[in-house]
Design a protein around this ligand. Structure first.
Ligand SMILES: C[S@@+](CC[C@H](N)C(=O)[O-])C[C@H]1O[C@@H](n2cnc3c(N)ncnc32)[C@H](O)[C@@H]1O
Length: 242
């Protein structure tokens, strides 16, 4: 089975949407870790006067985490799967939160314009055909000193991390996927993590895209060395911007 990309991936998320929240609810740390990553954006004053982008918002778990970190901000939440987005939009949200159906690669065409003060992307980049192009687009949409937090399955890079991830998938992730009738997407999850960047490699990608002060931050629980928050900021001085 090859990796799912673009329309095939969005369709797989459409099919998974009805069971997605049930599966994440039994994943220990899922919501707490998203909130921790969102807090790592260090948005002052509850995000008052700020515009934030949640890229790949899915059913809204990452949007809720962003809202908890910045309850006074305006939040635009984008996803390419109509099924996932419908689930998100059906939840109760304050007036400052809106949802847009669009691929991350076509934000402007969908009417999503910068500038944003911060971008949060949780479990998105591993799924993209061209992560560098999306990093460059995000960089352009951010204000000087604007922040990016990427929350992602990015292995630390040792053989033991691959072994732990493979064991978790064989014992829990793939059987859970089969239980909800979704073998394909959860196999994609296993393979896409193994094929994607390690955390240090993704950090280098962010630096190459023009982000500065890039840091790889750990998370706890079974996700230790498997899920990381990667944070970076856009340089303040125009001379430093690419
Ligand atoms: C694993 S889910 C994570 C959802 C949410 N961020 C969370 O933390 O629960 C990944 C989401 O990314 C979306 N996605 C994947 N590729 C995308 C793309 N190119 N553009 C926009 N959304 C995309 C999928 O539709 C899916 O809803």
């Amino acid at each position: 089975m090859t990796l799912l990309r673009d329309n095939a991936l969005f369709a797989a998320f459409d099919r998974a949407a009805s069971s997605y929240d049930r599966l994440t609810a039994v994943n220990p740390g899922y919501h707490g870790h998203l909130r921790r990553s969102a807090r790592r954006l260090r948005l002052p004053d509850g995000g008052r006067g700020m515009r934030l982008l949640d890229l790949g918002c899915g059913t809204g778990a990452s949007t809720a985490a962003l809202l908890a970190a910045a309850p006074r901000a305006e939040i635009v939440a984008v996803d390419a799967s109509a099924g996932m987005l419908d689930r998100a939009a059906a939840k109760p949200w304050p007036a400052g939160v809106r949802f847009v159906h669009a691929p991350a690669e076509e934000l402007t065409a969908a009417g999503v314009e910068g500038p944003f003060h911060a971008v949060f992307a949780a479990y998105l980049f591993r799924n993209l055909t061209d992560p560098d192009a999306v990093l460059a687009a995000v960089h352009k949409m951010l204000v000087p000193d604007g922040r990016l937090a990427v929350h992602e399955y990015t292995l630390r890079g040792r053989p033991v991390d691959r072994a732990v991830w493979s064991a978790v998938c064989s014992a829990i992730v793939e059987p859970a996927g089969r239980l909800v009738g979704d073998r394909e997407l959860y196999h994609h999850l296993r393979r896409s993590v193994l094929d994607f960047d390690t955390a240090p490699v993704f950090a280098s990608r962010m630096t190459t895209a023009g982000f500065e002060s890039v840091r790889v931050l750990p998370l706890s629980g079974w996700q230790t060395n498997i899920v990381h928050t990667l944070v970076g900021r856009v340089p303040c001085s125009p001379a430093d911007r690419r």
